[in-house]
Design a binder for this molecule. Structure first.
Ligand SMILES: [Zn+2]
Length: 253
C-alpha cells in the first residue's frame, strides 16, 4: 500500500490528467489547436463578408425601390401640370417636381454606392472562399481524426475518474479536506516539489519549486522518511510560504 504523500501525488496527477482530457473533450485536442484557430478565424472572415454582401444587396434593393417610388411620384406630378390653373399652383408643383427629382438622384446614387459595395464584398468573398477550400478540407480531416480519437479520450477520462475516487476513498478525511482546499486555492495544483539548490560555499539548501521559499532541512528529512516508509499518517508538509503540499520527486504529467 502506498503512503499518504504518494497517494496525494497520485491524486494530483490524476486530477491534472482528467482536467486535460476534459478540456480536450470540451474543445479540440492540442494537436489541432492551431488549425482550429486558423479555421475559426478564416470562417469568421467569410461570415463577415457574407453579411456585408447581404447587407449591401439589401441596401441596394431598398434604394432601387425608393428611386422607383420617386419616379412614380414624379410621373404623377408631371401629369398634373396640364390641370394646373394658377401661377401659384404651378410654382408649387414645380417645386414638388424638383424635390422629387432630387430624391430620385439621391436614391440612384445610394443604389449605385450599395452596388459597388456589394460587388467589392462579393469579390472578396469569392477570393476568401477559394483560399478557404484547402484549409477547410484539412480541418475536416483533422476533425474526423479527432472524432475517431475521442472515444479513447473519453474512456481515459472515465478511468481517471475511477482512479480519483479510489484514491479519495483511501485518504484520511482531514488530508482530503486540506488537499481540496489547497488544490482550489492554487488553481488546480496543490503540490510543489522541493528543489535542491547547490551553493558554491556551504551545504546545499532546499527551496519550494513553486514559490522559491526556503524549505527547512528537517522538513526534507521528514519528507525522505515519509517516502521511505510509505507513511500512512495524516501528516503532510506544507511550504511555509505558499502552503502547497511539498514532495520530493518530480512528477511529469
Ligand atoms: Zn512554496
Amino acid at each position: 500500500m502506498s503512503g499518504t504523500l504518494e497517494s496525494v501525488v497520485a491524486l494530483q496527477v490524476a486530477l491534472t490528467e482528467l482536467r486535460n482530457a476534459e478540456s480536450q473533450l470540451a474543445d479540440v485536442p492540442d494537436w489541432m489547436r492551431e488549425l482550429h484557430e486558423e479555421h475559426s478565424e478564416r470562417k469568421a472572415e467569410i461570415d463577415a463578408l457574407e453579411e456585408e454582401t447581404d447587407a449591401a444587396t439589401l441596401d441596394q434593393r431598398g434604394a432601387e425601390s425608393e428611386a422607383e417610388d420617386a419616379r412614380a411620384k414624379l410621373k404623377h406630378y408631371q401629369e398634373q401640370i396640364s390641370a394646373v390653373r394658377t401661377q401659384r399652383e404651378y410654382a408649387a408643383l414645380l417645386q414638388e417636381i424638383d424635390t422629387t427629382k432630387e430624391q430620385i438622384r439621391d436614391a440612384e446614387s445610394k443604389a449605385m454606392e450599395a452596388l459597388e459595395r456589394q460587388e467589392e464584398a462579393s469579390n472578396q468573398l469569392e477570393e476568401a472562399r477559394q483560399g478557404f477550400t484547402d484549409l477547410d478540407q484539412r480541418y475536416a480531416e483533422a476533425m474526423k481524426k479527432w472524432e475517431a480519437e475521442k472515444p479513447s479520450v473519453e474512456q481515459e477520462a472515465n478511468k481517471l475518474r475511477g482512479t480519483i475516487e479510489t484514491i479519495r476513498d483511501q485518504l484520511p478525511r482531514q488530508v482530503l479536506t486540506m488537499f481540496d482546499r489547497i488544490h482550489e486555492r492554487h488553481d488546480g495544483d496543490a503540490l510543489a516539489v522541493v528543489r535542491e539548490v547547490e551553493r558554491p560555499k556551504g551545504p546545499a539548501i532546499w527551496c519550494c519549486s513553486a514559490c522559491n521559499y526556503r524549505v527547512r532541512p528537517q522538513s526534507v528529512v521528514a519528507l525522505r522518511r515519509m517516502s521511505e516508509h510509505h507513511t500512512r499518517g495524516p501528516e503532510l508538509i506544507l511550504c511555509d510560504s505558499c502552503r502547497r503540499i511539498l514532495h520530493l520527486e518530480e512528477v511529469t504529467v
